[in-house]
Design a protein around this ligand. Sequence first.
Ligand SMILES: [Zn+2]
Ligand SMILES: [Zn+2]
Length: 252
Amino acid sequence: MNPGTGEFSKNPGIWLKHIGLSLLEFFLPRLCLFCDAAVGEDAAVAVCPKCQGRIEWVVSPLCTCCGRRFKSQEGEDRVCGDCQAEPPPFTRARAAVVYEEPITKAITGFKFGRRLAYLPVMHSWLQQPRCLELVEEADLIAPVPLHPKRLKHRGFNQAILLAQAFPEVPLAREAVVRLRHTAPQVGLKPKERQANVKDAFGVPDPALVKGKNVLLIDDLFTTGATVKECARVLRKAGARRVEVLTVARVKH
Ligand SMILES: [Zn+2]
Ligand SMILES: [Zn+2]
């Protein structure tokens, strides 16, 4: 039985409320998720043209490895100095958009404000050719895991919901798991972030990832400390290649 139906038949009030809300949504004008301006009913996503124009996309020239955008608009894609000095454990990291307004509102609203209405918009951002290139080569998708304590508090893992943008690739929810609780990375310096996530992840079933191209998915790439640590344990468990896809990344 559909898990929702039992609850509805026991309590018709919930059912009526559900119908009522759907009707209300049907009759209300569709509003931009960022500025509340009315959006045409036929718009693919609930973002008005003005806000759409404010979105900064991750475009070339960028680092062929970590995917960071170079400050200068001159030149070709190339490996950045950091990746040359210390090659990361992943092959490529890519993101759709730059973590600036209005994107910050979507990422934080989705993750901390439980505004799931941002999900289809973020899914649409992930359809960039630069992102799809990684998806096409992936054997399986591994969401960056949350610690059970944080999962219980938030109610969902944003990385798993984002991975639903690519139903064609098998999703391995527990390819990587958290072994310990870590403090939030926000506000920590790069070296502190690295130390904070050191040995925080494990691969419970190495056979699942052995010889595979694994695509790690998360919402935001900041210094990459978390995904690097996840990639490191995946490679250690035998993954042939690990790549990283996030919705957004910090500017430089
Ligand atoms: Zn808008
Ligand atoms: Zn780089």
